[in-house]
Design a binder for this molecule. Structure first.
Ligand code: ADP
Ligand code: MG
Length: 588
């Protein structure tokens, strides 16, 4: 490995030369206390910034091993270090002048969710911190002295202040790891006690605004009704009381504007852990929970929606339903069956974002439009079977229809942001109307699980043709007889949370609500590219198998698995397997 002196000499040699001279700096340099690696050099001062990483050996950083001993602890430690470095970098970024991105020093700036990120990786060997650095220039002339200042003073100072286990960093890391322990303990309790979610008393559910993820100031803290309350004994906080949402069918009812959707939104975000101060630290939901909604216009690929939709007027086979442009009801049915395919254990449904005809049909309508002319069996008639036969629970927000009452195991009433248990009252009302709660489904067996064997084969156009060359010669090999262009990775374009494209194919993710950061979208784009390059959708594997292969590879090889150059840079965050499936299912 080269040394920091080598880097200084190289810098001196290229001062005031044309910008491409910076390319000669690529490589790894030993700075004694850390290794600085210049992984990618930008083409000009206005291009995407250069990628630099720091590797600080574990002995130098000095964090006790137990702080990264388990996956949830390691992610919490990485998250803390990333936030600390980002804050330091913000103070020194653009401190040297120049054109374009000259002087930029940055890494990921996480939102309230604690996610595994490429920005910071902790292993038993040490801490890898990945940065974006704007190599400075005047016009297009190299300013080597300014870069010298950045690489030898500013960046090492940021690292020293944020990544070494002095008292401040150690206290911050311990606090984050202890919170992660408690969150992990709640997740374990959900499994052990058969819960879908836990909402701790005192949680702040609403956000400041639609555009902000900050807690709403002055909000009424959540309080569980006594009959639905559970007290968990957490390793650090001790006894914590909260609402236990049990497996089965839970309804959330109440008047408009009383906090129903806010509760459901908190549950859908509860698949992720949140940082201290967010208000939702102990709102924890089964990590496989899926927000199910109508999404008209989405494509559907060979999905069995026949439990909900049969006898379409054009006689299309709904057991392998394919369309480029689904309706509200068919899109929601397809998303539901895809959730079952991926073994989701919980559906989160809000009437606000559902197709009414997918959800319910009333008696008057049944009298007027005979059942044989209605292709849809509404969700209200299937929710019970889905739970009893496939083990999929539902939490359903319904303010407008009592049709779900007979199917419910529990009913929460939201009134002025307070939760009440009205399960018994609903039972009495049903009894008074001569209706019984559905103890079990009325015999009809619906086939759910077989969707898990669906073989998804996507028409991948040009990327598809390059797969063959790739598979023959593995990813780094020379490949078959195809030209060079075929082996070049497909171009990725990421549009924030809205979606991405790989080559000429686009994926629209605007209605995939549980993506919370554009860094997840960026990772998904690369995952999809990996799926295409490896030709994994060749009809020999089910979709869940493909998704599992990708996640296993990322787990084993780290973020490198998603980058051809072996230097992924910061800017990637781990999505859930469910969202990768959502991307493949929305492929165009
Ligand atoms: P619903 O779905 O029942 O119509 P929402 O959940 O959309 O109602 O909530 C309506 C409004 O009330 C939102 O603006 C939300 O921010 C606010 N809100 C929700 N929960 C609380 C709370 N605990 N304290 C204060 N305001 C809240
Ligand atoms: Mg609502």
């Amino acid at each position: 490995m080269q040394t920091s002196q080598d880097l200084e000499r190289k810098l001196a040699a290229i001062d005031r030369r044309g910008y491409p001279a910076y390319k000669s700096l690529r490589g790894r340099y030993d700075f004694r206390d850390f290794v600085l690696s210049i992984d990618h050099v930008q083409g000009d001062p206005f291009a995407a910034p250069s990628r630099v990483s720091l590797m600080i050996p574990a002995e130098v950083a000095g964090f006790p091993r137990e702080l990264s001993a388990e996956p949830h602890r390691r992610v919490a430690l990485e998250d803390t270090l990333c936030r600390r470095f980002a804050a330091e970098a913000a103070h020194v970024s653009f401190n040297v002048g120049g054109s374009g991105k000259s002087g930029l020093i940055a890494t990921s700036r996480p939102g309230p969710e604690v996610l595994a990120r490429s920005a910071c990786e902790v292993t038993s060997a040490g801490i890898t911190m990945r940065l974006e650095v704007g190599f400075p220039a005047h016009g297009r002339t190299v300013d080597a002295r300014a870069l010298d200042t950045m690489l030898f003073e500013l960046i090492p100072a940021c690292a020293e202040r944020s990544l070494l286990a002095d008292t401040g960093a150690l206290a911050a890391a311990r606090a984050a790891v202890e919170l992660a322990d408690d969150q992990h303990a709640v997740r374990c309790a959900l499994k052990r006690q058969g819960l879908v979610a836990f909402v701790a008393d005192g949680s702040i559910l609403p956000r400041a605004s639609g555009a902000s993820s900050k807690p709403l100031a002055g909000a009424l803290p959540f309080q569980a009704p006594e009959s639905m309350a559970l007290t968990l004994d957490l390793p650090h906080r001790g006894a914590v009381r909260g609402l236990a949402i049990r497996r089965g069918i839970t309804l959330v009812v109440g008047g408009g504007y009383h906090g129903k959707s806010t509760l459901l939104q908190a549950l859908q975000d509860g698949v992720y852990n949140h940082v201290a101060g967010d208000g939702r630290e102990l709102v924890i939901t089964d990590a496989s929970a899926i927000k199910l909604r109508a999404e008209d216009g989405r494509p559907v690929h060979a999905t069995d929606i026949s439990p909900f939709i049969t006898n379409l007027p054009d006689r299309r086979d709904t057991r392998t339903f394919t369309t480029a442009d689904a309706s509200g009801s068919t899109s929601q049915a397809a998303s539901l069956m895809e959730a079952v395919e991926m073994s989701a254990r919980v559906l989160l449904i809000d009437e606000d974002t559902s197709a009414t005809n997918f959800m319910v049909r009333d008696a008057l309508m049944e009298e007027v439009v005979a059942a044989e002319h209605e292709p849809i069996t509404p969700f209200v008639e299937r929710a019970r079977a889905l739970w009893e036969q496939a083990g999929v629970s539902s939490v359903i927000v319904v303010g407008s229809s009592g049709a779900f009452f007979p199917a419910a195991d529990a009913v929460v009433h939201m009134e002025c942001y307070r939760a009440f248990d009205i399960t018994q009252r609903v039972r009495s009302v049903l009894a008074a109307h001569g209706m019984a709660a559905e103890a079990h489904t009325d015999g009809e067996q619906v086939s759910w699980e077989h969707v898990r064997t669906r073989r998804l084969v996507l028409d991948c156009g040009r990327s598809g043709s390059s797969q063959r060359g790739r598979r023959a010669g593995a990813s780094r090999g020379r490949g078959g007889s195809r030209g060079r262009d075929d082996r070049r990775p497909a171009k990725l374009k990421v549009q924030g949370l809205d979606g991405f494209s790989v080559g000429e194919h686009a994926v629209d993710l605007r209605q995939v609500e549980q993506l919370v950061e554009s860094e997840q979208t960026a990772a998904l784009a690369r995952m999809v590219r990996l799926v295409l390059e490896r030709g994994l959708l060749d009809g020999t594997r089910s979709l869940p198998q493909v998704v599992e292969l990708v996640f296993r590879e990322v787990e084993q090889r780290g973020w490198q698995a998603l980058d051809e150059t072996g230097a992924p840079g910061c800017g990637l965050a781990l999505p859930r397997p469910l969202e990768l499936a959502a991307c493949l299912n929305r492929w165009r």
